[in-house]
Ligand binder design. Structure first.
Ligand SMILES: [Zn+2]
Length: 456
């Protein structure tokens, strides 16, 4: 990695690690495109890896050897389809991945110029089985119509943290003296309502987070040195320590803000990935979020008329992400696991069910720079988020409801209740039940179709 590449303006934004284009897209990315600090490769993994390693934040050196297990599990046409239409939709430089008739050669390290050679299966008949710990619906035994999720392990991942952490994560706003809206508490609430619905359909339900507390044992103070190094490396030679106030326009340039983000985003999500991959071993992870549009001052937020829905699956890697050795490896590993073949139809089924229940229109990203529309429902995008990339199984990432829309805000404030209530002149179900019911219904439909025979 050269200095020049590090400071190329496009390298300064890792939009894919921000889940809310609409919140962060305006503030952070615009700022960072010009000032370049949030950036992000570093280097300083746990002290052991060489400083020159071309690795994402808090990432670890890729183990390319494990991909040997995927030799001849995929044909040339299947591989190029996934590369062109899902993972590398913004193009792929020849020096990183080269594809010929019989194999793909993938650069393993920007420094050493090593290459991993993946041999294709000559045709579908001679394909070797894909090694994986999770089970696609097709591989599960038939199920009774009232238990279409029987035997399935589903992990629920309520996005963000709750309680006192919500302000730090900037997932907190308050209108007047009403109850503050905190995304991490809302997502936990929905997850706890979704769990019994899925169990009733036969699933084993696991929680990636089931309290308001972080799963990572680290705290922001653990990242102060790393935060300072990142800032210095990215053109802030003497970074300020503290944020002046929540609207401080230069807050991203402070050690305080950066170390908090290293804690609640990078450390927290990487820790969740360890839990998912080495302890929970689910067949599917459902990530639950509420969306938002920029609300300005969190103590005096802007409420808007816009409200929408979308779901995400992993894909649509940016050039700058592919340049990092660990992300390139993680992308190829994910591609070869064929998680996409399973997560896309699940996301479509859940999207259709949620659209029907909520009546929300599909979100249209203001830019196609970070996302690619996929599937058939019109609500699903491929995007490279930390969670969708690192959890090694199909992941469906739900983004319904704009929390600071007038409608969603009123429904959140109304809390949970039986039957319906009039909200802004319309009889509505509780927003929490609507969310939980519609996700469960989408999963019921998908697994019923495959395991209980069509039309049941
Ligand atoms: Zn979220």
């Amino acid at each position: 990695m050269t200095e020049i590449r590090m400071f190329k303006p496009a390298m300064t934004i890792r939009a894919s690690d921000f889940e809310l284009v609409s919140v962060f897209g305006f503030r952070i990315s615009d700022l960072l495109r010009s000032s370049s600090f949030l950036l992000v490769f570093l280097l300083l993994l746990s002290g052991s890896a060489a400083a020159a390693d071309n690795i994402g934040i808090l990432g670890s050196k890729p183990k390319w050897d494990v991909l040997e297990h995927y030799q001849r599990t995929i044909t040339h046409d299947q591989f190029t389809h996934l590369i062109n239409d899902v993972y590398c939709t913004h193009g792929i430089p020849d020096d990183l991945i080269r594809i010929d008739d019989n194999s793909a050669q993938i650069l393993t390290s920007q420094d050493g110029h090593g290459v991993f050679k993946l041999e294709f299966a000559p045709d579908e008949k001679s394909q070797r089985p894909v090694p994986r710990l999770w089970r696609p619906a097709k591989s599960l035994p038939p199920a009774k119509p009232n238990k279409p999720l029987a035997g399935l392990r589903i992990a629920l991942d309520p996005g963000h943290l709750g309680g006192r952490w919500a302000k730090m994560e900037e997932r907190w706003f308050q209108v007047g003296d009403s109850k503050p809206v905190t995304e991490g508490d809302l997502t936990l609430r929905v997850s706890r309502m979704l769990a019994p619905r899925l169990r009733k359909l036969g699933a084993t339900v696991l929680f990636v987070r089931n309290s308001t507390q972080p799963t990572t044992p680290k705290r922001p103070d653990d990242f102060r040195e790393l935060a300072k190094k990142i800032l210095i490396k990215n053109g802030v030679p003497r970074p300020r320590d503290q944020v002046l106030n929540p609207l401080d326009p230069a807050k991203e340039g402070t050690v305080h803000w950066q170390s908090e983000m290293l804690f609640y985003r990078y450390s927290e999500i990487r820790r969740r990935a360890v839990l998912v991959n080495s302890k929970l071993h689910p067949d599917l992870v459902v990530c639950l979020h509420f969306n938002a549009e920029g609300w300005g001052d969190p103590a005096n937020p802007t409420l808007i008329d816009t409200n929408h829905l979308h779901l995400l699956v992993n894909g649509s890697y940016l050039q700058d992400e592919l340049d990092l050795d660990d992300e390139r490896f993680e992308m190829i590993r994910r591609l070869l696991s064929r998680a996409y073949d399973e997560e896309l139809p699940i996301a479509d089924a859940v999207a259709i069910s949620m659209a029907k229940a909520t009546g929300l229109p599909a979100y249209q990203y203001p830019t196609t720079q970070t996302t690619t529309k996929v599937g058939t429902s019109g609500y699903v995008y491929a995007r490279n988020l930390l969670a969708t990339r690192l959890y090694r199984c199909p992941v469906v990432y739900c983004e319904p409801y704009v929390m600071n829309s007038k409608d969603a805000f009123a429904r959140i404030e109304a809390g949970d209740y039986d039957d319906t209530k009039e909200i802004n002149g319309v009889q509505r179900q509780s927003i929490f039940r609507e969310y939980a019911d519609s996700v469960a219904e989408g999963l019921r439909e998908y697994y019923t179709k495959i395991r209980c025979g069509a039309g049941q």
